[in-house]
Design a protein around this ligand. Structure first.
Ligand code: NAI
Length: 292
């Protein structure tokens, strides 16, 4: 595989495009929003500069990475010579299905169509394409350049040879693939989201402060960051979308998003990306827990 298209230049698409470009794949990063593309470019440059300052890469590596990256606001940048398209847009089934239809029409018969979805059924996405056997889940973790895992989701229609190719590609990115089956939330979010929701319920019930809850999980359970800090990093809207999918598909109360999460999302406090969630990021180097 040489030529990769990534659709959605938000938190995840930006990181995914960066790791492929750093491995010398030709990457086109597509977003309908020009500002998101500009932000994405700045984020990648900043990330590469940090890697240079830590002597992990050279200035030439940075230039080479940027030379392997093209930004585009047009889905027609995908064509029959694209080897792999990774969709990383908003976590909504209908919106993703619409984009999958277009990915299918624009790509060639050999192109693999992947989604970075956190919870949506890969089979449901594949149903709108002409060849569901080429559709697979490639669930990167946030922040993509740092996290080793890629959860590979095979649906009942995914061809075994496609799974093998994606496993090999993931290894080539120096990441670790774990293949799982196509159930809502897969493994990662089926376990993680109820924990985050429970942490929010603890906060709502007044069991402890934001800082108290995160400290207990960090110092007592050896989590590298607390669940509320992690929720802010993921994006509170993304957490809610995932919980909504889990609740709708698995019909269990434990997946019903807590009202405090719903309220923060409706107020536009989406975590780190809007500078406010459970923490205030006005000074990003020193986030301040908010009193609820
Ligand atoms: P985000 O909200 O940061 O970015 C989404 C981007 O998609 C935006 O820039 C938006 O302009 C663009 N977009 C929306 N509709 C589009 C369309 N039709 N055509 C082109 N661009 C479009 O979202 P984020 O957090 O990057 O999530 C993307 C996907 O990755 C979601 O499926 C999410 O569940 C999944 N994911 C998110 C993780 C996280 O920690 N945020 C972790 C792993 C997966």
């Amino acid at each position: 595989m040489k030529s990769i298209a990534v659709i959605g230049s938000g938190t995840m698409g930006t990181g995914i495009a960066q790791v492929f470009a750093q491995r010398h794949y030709k990457v086109v990063l597509i977003d309908s929003n020009e500002e998101a593309l500009e932000r994405s470019k700045r984020t990648i440059e900043k990330s590469l500069d940090i890697q240079i300052s830590k002597e992990l890469i050279s200035l030439e590596d940075k230039e080479s990475t940027l030379n392997h990256l093209i930004l585009s606001s047009d889905l027609h940048s995908i064509n029959s010579s694209t080897d792999l398209v990774i969709e990383a847009i908003t976590e909504r089934l209908e919106v993703k299905q619409d984009v999958f239809k277009q990915m299918d029409q624009l790509s060639g018969p050999h192109t693999i169509l992947a989604s970075n979805t956190s919870s949506i059924s890969i089979h449901k996405l594949s149903e709108v394409t002409s060849d569901p056997s080429r559709v697979i889940g490639m669930h990167f973790m946030n922040p993509v350049p740092r996290m080793p895992l890629v959860e590979i989701i095979q649906s009942k229609s995914t061809d075994v040879s496609i799974v093998d190719q994606i496993v090999q590609l993931t290894n080539d990115l120096d990441k670790i693939p774990v293949v799982v089956n196509d159930h809502p939330g897969f493994v990662s979010n089926r376990i993680l989201m109820p924990m985050i929701n429970e942490a929010i319920e603890c906060l709502g019930d007044g069991v402890a402060t934001v800082d108290g809850i995160d400290q207990v999980m960090k110092l007592g359970m050896s989590h590298p960051m607390g669940p509320l800090f992690l929720a802010d990093l993921i994006g509170l809207d993304v957490c809610k979308f995932i919980l909504d999918v889990l609740y709708k598909e698995l019909h269990k109360e434990k997946y019903k998003s807590h009202q405090l999460l719903d309220q923060l999302v409706s107020e536009g406090h989406l975590g780190r990306k809007t500078n406010r969630g459970f923490y205030d990021y006005t000074n990003p180097k020193n986030p301040k827990p908010i009193s609820f």
